[in-house]
Write a protein that binds this ligand. Sequence first.
Ligand SMILES: [Zn+2]
Ligand SMILES: [Zn+2]
Length: 391
Amino acid sequence: MDNILSLPVSEMVNLSFECTCGRSHSVDIRSIIVDQDITKEAVSLALKYKTGRIFVIADNNTYSVKGRRIWEALKKEGLPVGGHIFESLHPLVPDERAVGRLVTEIGRDVSLIVAVGSGTVNDLARIISFKLGIPYLIAATAPSMDGYASTVSPLIIDGFKKTYEAVYPVSILCDLKAMRNAPWEMICAGFGDILGKYTALADWKLSKDVNNEYYCETGVSLVKNAMDKCMGNIDGIAERDESSIRYMIEALILSGIAMGLVGSSRPASGAEHHLAHYWEMNALARGEEHPLHGNSVGVGTVIVSYLYEMVKDKADFEIDSPDPEEIRGLLKRIGACDNPFELGIKKEVFTESIIHAMEIRPRYTVFHLAKRLGILEDAALRLTQKFYGAD
Ligand SMILES: [Zn+2]
Ligand SMILES: [Zn+2]
């Protein structure tokens, strides 16, 4: 099915096809809607589940942005509504406490979960939906990461980040008005998460060439199309222009769909994500707050692109990777952080992360090649000097 690449995002639902990569792929999402105000759509979808109660999950921010409006509209329609609104002074953490709280609050008569929010709320709703066997829809309020169309939930358990198997939402409703007006840091984070696909795809190609790893051209093309759309509208994103933000939202959803097709995060996550996870886990271990996922991924992409340049000088085969200065230029153009120092990563943590990020998960990336070529430690020192000075 070649035409999947020409489908608009809203039609990438209920798909199942045999792919040129030899596998059959499917997308079990029933609807994807990007609209000015998705309240009406949320209500009409909820009406299909009126055999039971509707359970709304939000935090105090997303509740005031969109949650209250949806809750009241559901009630007005005569639907039985309940829910849990997390009151948090600090950012909500997707940990066992938050999961437990939801399990405690949710009734046995719930037929649909309506999650209103972005990364954390979505991850919590997804795991609850999967474990309790209750479908959920996400009313997305910020274009901050690519996990809306995803089937896994990264949670913080015992202080460590761990990814759990979960389920697709039945519907993804993107509220364009809320997403356009999301805090700027969250828009930069979404941009950084998309930018990370440059090195993620380079790593996948590298592993295909070195290890003959499974590779799906359709998945790659989906992600590349998503990136091109987004990068071609970068100035519009910086101005919060409506159609540019729409492209960005579509890119984030497409990236999620590509992961779903392939059955792993390979098309969307490589060494840049391992660096971001390393920094996040380090901050968690110290009880410190960490940057938004996508902002770390953006900086990780810069670092990994530099590492690729160093590896290319030594490798005896052709390697395709992004130009680090161009990646930095893109981050600067949107006003996002482009270096680990300004991101708040401590110097020693940075050096260690280059050497040890590859231990985070068994996925072949440029870190492995650098290690095999015997240049990883030297690269860590050179990169530390570059961003933190000689001493
Ligand atoms: Zn395929
Ligand atoms: Zn990501």
